[in-house]
Design a protein around this ligand. Structure first.
Ligand SMILES: Nc1ncnc2c1ncn2[C@@H]1O[C@H](COP(=O)(O)OP(=O)(O)OP(=O)(O)O)[C@@H](O)[C@H]1O
Length: 275
């Protein structure tokens, strides 16, 4: 069954239809469609090179597609003339792979970059206070605001990138492999933070990940990229009911089973007494 969504449908802040992206002869996406529901954490998975980051870059206007339409918060991204023309850029925040922090700026100054760009009228002192608040909201200690990226651990850099992504109080949050490179405890803590922020700030989250624990722990639905398109979107039980070989191997392989067992154990263990 196919559904049609109005471009400014408030329940679906991101609507991608029939997207095509290529680099020279290399076709990355062909006929890719995806609808994101308001208030969900959508996990985006797929083998390496299937075009998850290119899809995210297309949605935020950094990659001009060959064909198709992308509507974000009722605004056509594909009709915009360059990303400077997209007047809703202040309504999303992005955590790029690796954090993409400016190395010559402190964490606080990094968070202030989008504030200066979009709200130059904000007084300096207030801007500092907003940056401090976002840094702490992202779970960093107060003094992290004056540190340079090189002085931070990998996990702290991710949190600093998150603080910058949250600088403008976005409605949409894009996270590109946020737990990559983190130890399991740091990754679990980042997952928890993402869920807590999504709930308290009412965010819609587009989350690219290879981390099965993240998918099980915090994603409401998962979109699977393969064969140049989104081949399925649904909850993990819904995806498991499909017999696509990649989906089966991904979720039912040893790592998928371990992540599922870990989640099952955590849920049931909470009700057990330690004797
Ligand atoms: N600017 C570019 N120029 C040429 N090819 C590119 C460019 N950006 C991405 N690609 C190619 O597009 C394909 C998809 O890249 P993308 O980074 O979106 O994959 P991905 O699914 O995010 O992979 P991974 O899981 O490894 O991060 C890759 O083959 C990549 O080499």
């Amino acid at each position: 069954m196919s559904e049609t969504f109005l471009p400014d449908d408030p329940q679906h802040p991101i609507v991608v239809e029939n997207l095509r992206n290529s680099f020279g002869d290399h076709v990355i996406h062909e006929g890719l469609s995806l609808t994101v529901n308001r208030g969900e954490i959508l996990g985006v998975v797929g083998g390496s090179g299937t075009g998850k980051s290119v899809l995210m870059r297309s949605i935020i206007g950094l990659q001009v597609p060959d064909d198709g339409s992308i509507t974000v918060l009722g605004r056509s991204i594909t009709d915009a003339e360059g990303d400077e023309d997209i007047d809703i850029r202040a309504r999303w925040g992005v955590l790029f792979q690796g954090g993409a922090l400016f190395s010559t700026l402190t964490v606080g100054e990094n968070v202030e970059v989008p504030l200066k760009e979009f709200y130059p009228e904000i007084a300096e002192q207030l801007r500092h206070e907003i940056a401090q608040f976002k840094v702490m909201l992202s779970g960093l200690p107060r003094d992290a605001v004056n540190k340079y990226p090189a002085e931070l651990s990998g996990g702290m850099k991710k949190r600093a990138g998150l603080a910058r992504a949250l600088a403008l109080d976005p409605e949409l949050l894009f996270l590109d492999e946020p737990t990559a490179g983190l130890d399991p405890i740091g990754a679990a803590a980042f997952d928890k933070l993402t869920r807590a922020l999504q709930e308290t700030l009412g965010l819609t989250v587009f989350l690219i990940t290879h981390d099965l624990d993240t998918l099980y722990e915090i994603c409401d639905r998962v979109a699977v990229l393969a064969d140049k398109k989104v081949i399925a979107v649904g909850t993990i039980p819904e995806l498991l009911a499909l017999d696509h070989p990649w989906i089966q191997e991904y979720f039912n392989g040893p790592r998928g089973r371990a992540a599922r067992d870990a989640q099952h154990g955590a849920r049931h263990g909470a009700n057990q007494k330690v004797l």
